[in-house]
Design a binder for this molecule. Sequence first.
Ligand code: ADP
Length: 621
Amino acid sequence: MGNSDKNSDDISVYIKDQEYIANRYVMKCLNVTMILYTIIYLLNGLGIFIVDKMLMGRGFFPSVVIYLVVLIFSKKASLSKTTTKYVILFGVVVMFTLMGASITYHVVLMSILPFLYAMLYSSKKAMRFVYILTVISTIIVVYAGYYSGLCDANMLLLTTGSMHEYVANGQFIVTAVNSNPAVNLMLFFVVPRCLIYIAFSAVCNSIIKIVSGSLEKAKLTAQLEEAKEEADKANRAKSRFLAKMSHEIRTPVNAVLGMNEMILDESKDENIRGYAKDIKSSSLALLSIINDILDSSKIESGKMEIVCVNYSMGSLLNDIYNMINIRAKEKELEFIYDVDANMPSEYFGDDKRIRQVLLNLLTNAVKYTNKGSVTLKVSYRMQENNAIIRYSVKDTGIGIRKEDIGKIYGAFERFDIARNRNVEGTGLGMNIAQQFLKLMGSELQIESEYEKGSEFSFEIEQQVVSMEPLGDFRAKLSKAKEESKTYKEYTAPQAKVLVVDDNKVNCKVFSSLLKKTQMQITELQSGKECLELLRQQSFDLIFLDHMMPEMDGIETFHAIQDDKLCENVPIIMLTANAIVGDREKYISIGFTDFLSKPIMPADLHKMILHYLPEELVNWAD
Ligand code: ADP
């Protein structure tokens, strides 16, 4: 039964198609007819005159009005085929009756034409019927009218003066050629009359089609806009939810990581230090998942922007090295840095996004490689004043099957699940990397051999700021390592630092991280308390949390600015709302800088050393 249903469906689709083709064909014919009709009249040398008269002739306007009304009615009523046939029949009968009573036949003819057109939509046969009926009825009307004298020739022509006169006076050019009035009548009245009605109907029909089409379009557009608004609303809700969740999750993770750092700092027991290290790596993994989800939702909602600044290639590569080298070491992989020493050292571009892409690729390379090496190769070529930098991340890992390579950019795509079940991941890393690269006018290239290894690479064009060569990167790396060791060994007992966070544990973490520096740290839990204290006391550095009840960090910041409570004191936004792009937001509000939670000890020290007046810092020997 299902089959026969399907067949009948197919057949009706086929018929519909055929009708559609037939209707289009008819429309074309009608258009051509219209043109031919005009040409015939033009040939007669009376085209303009007749058109003029036609528009003003008696009965024409009422005919048109009736025609349109009936046409709209018939379309609206979507009459069934049988009803339409009856209506037509009725129309024809009425037409003849009225003709006998000397009523303008156009009124009648034009009134039934729409019904014929109602049928035009339903079948090809009906269309043929329309043609034939129109032609026959016109011939009958014209002949009957002419010979019986019941119908005024004026009305036929819609001109002044009788048709007979026109023909008899030889006003038609062709009359001179053909003196037979019956032939002339056929040539110059009957045929053009038939054609004009058909063409007129076709034109009206097209207009109605266009009007109803555009109405439909407007309706569709409105519906689409409504749907888009709904989707936008849902997306905004999702972003709000994510921002909130990010804050909610980051805050406790901050406490976990901060306290854990204390354990790592203070405990001498290797077992306990081992547990603490596991806590650290799991917390960091949790953070990276949250970050991925946030980034991905930001890209999705189109809010991800490229922010270009001057940056140093040295520090970009240094940061990456520090982050990846530890992971590579943990898996006993060789981490090879192959950087062109001649490449320029400073560029203008979005170093944060490049860093993120490279970190994603390198993290994967380490994750999916069990033995061998991971290589980061950085090379360049100049193109006028810009450098095209090529980054390549190569590993000797598990590789990707050919059929999976194309799918790698899809969000939440992961392969070889059975084999990688112990490897943490969301399947978002590659998707984010590719989206970032797209934003920067680049794209990821992947070459991989299953069970042998993979190479991910991309080229990026960057404006060169300093042509000074980068130099031997390995030498720089060891120097940077020394520097990073030194920054911890300082004290600043005179420095007064204020930290405002409604979460007591966070304040405690903050103070604990700075314990060794002997700074005077004041912890407050609300914006109000902060304003009160600032009226009495001054500080060298202020850290303000964003999300606080009653008065949040931004409101507190504005109040501090308005009351000029501490001019020239750096105020740093301390927040768990670390969605990419937030940094720019806080800095544009007026904050000196931005530190995201969980606070990484190295970042905190770096920031403090950057903003604390130098005379307050005592370096250890
Ligand atoms: P995940 O968070 O799972 O690592 P990604 O989007 O970063 O998600 O990567 C998608 C999938 O591509 C991974 O699950 C893995 O199957 C495969 N993949 C990515 N990088 C590598 C690589 N260097 N070697 C082998 N497979 C990889």
